[in-house]
Design a protein around this ligand. Structure first.
Ligand code: B1M
Length: 210
């Protein structure tokens, strides 16, 4: 089995104590960080499918998520940029009612490496808390929100509306598995990105930086 396959299996089976070492071994064997990350994202897809089919339940999903987070920790320093130039501050969070944070954490990592100063509000963040964070931090240029559940998509709309009511010129970018460009347009967001990699380019684009 290749080193990347090892990582995949360990994430799928929630072996959080072994994942970090396996990711390091894959890196040492010359595997690309992005390929290792993609494999772990694919593992979460498998976990989601098993949950949908009733093969596993919430606790197993949670354990797999913890395992993936351990692997991402090892990749972080490899994937992050030098952070020397600042494009301004970005406030990021997963919207109210939603506890999924792996995708959000990847977006934070990519935006940070693109040059944004990141303020991570965590998960289950009410719209007002995004506004409060804009008020409390210097040079905020973008608000980024993640939503993973179809039931929390309206919370994305609420964030966009609440931010725009308080700060009409503030740029808001949205994303997450059920979100589409059409939905982003419908709720008045300035940008949408389908994955963490493209979120950095989109955030730069909406603030007018190439
Ligand atoms: Co949940 N869960 N979960 N879950 N969970 C999903 C999302 C689900 C699709 C599983 C399924 O049924 N197949 C399903 C949602 C169905 C739907 O709404 N259509 C689901 C459900 C139903 C639930 C519960 C309701 C289950 C229950 O309690 N009965 C419950 C809800 C809890 C809550 O939030 N209130 C729940 C709970 C959980 C756990 C807590 C156990 C755990 C999360 C732990 C954690 O995050 N720390 C969990 C997990 C792990 C999943 C799956 C298996 C994996 C999610 C993940 O991390 N994916 C997921 C199935 C799946 O995704 N296939 C599932 C990997 C991650 C890298 O992808 O987050 O999509 P993702 O991020 C992507 C893009 O979406 C994008 O970039 C990333 C890739 O580069 N992106 C952005 C994300 N945010 C962005 C923002 C941007 C731009 C791009 O700009 C700002």
């Amino acid at each position: 089995m290749s080193k990347i396959e090892d990582v995949k299996v360990l994430v799928e089976t929630g072996k959080s104590k072994k994942v970090a070492a396996a990711v390091q071994e894959a890196l040492d064997a010359g595997e690309k960080a992005q390929d290792i990350l993609n494999a772990m994202i694919a593992s979460m897809g498998v976990v989601g499918d098993k949950f949908s089919s009733g093969e596993i339940f919430v606790p197993e999903m949670l354990i797999a998520a913890k395992a993936m987070s351990k692997g991402v920790e090892v990749l972080k320093p490899v994937m992050a940029g030098d952070g020397s130039s600042s494009l301004g501050t970005c406030i990021m969070g997963t919207v109210a009612g939603d506890l999924h944070d792996i995708g959000k954490n990847l977006v934070v990592m990519m935006l940070e490496s693109a040059g944004f100063d990141m303020v991570d509000l965590g998960v289950d963040v009410p719209a007002e808390a995004f506004v409060q964070a804009v008020k409390e931090n210097n040079n905020v240029v973008v608000v980024a929100c993640s939503g993973l559940l179809t039931t929390t998509m309206p919370a994305l709309k609420e964030v966009v509306q609440t931010i725009k009511a308080a700060y009409p010129d503030m740029k808001v970018i949205v994303g997450g598995a059920p979100v589409t460009q059409e939905y982003a347009n419908e709720i008045g967001a300035d940008g949408y990105a389908p994955d963490a990699g493209s979120s950095a380019a989109k955030a730069k684009e909406i603030i007018g930086v190439k």
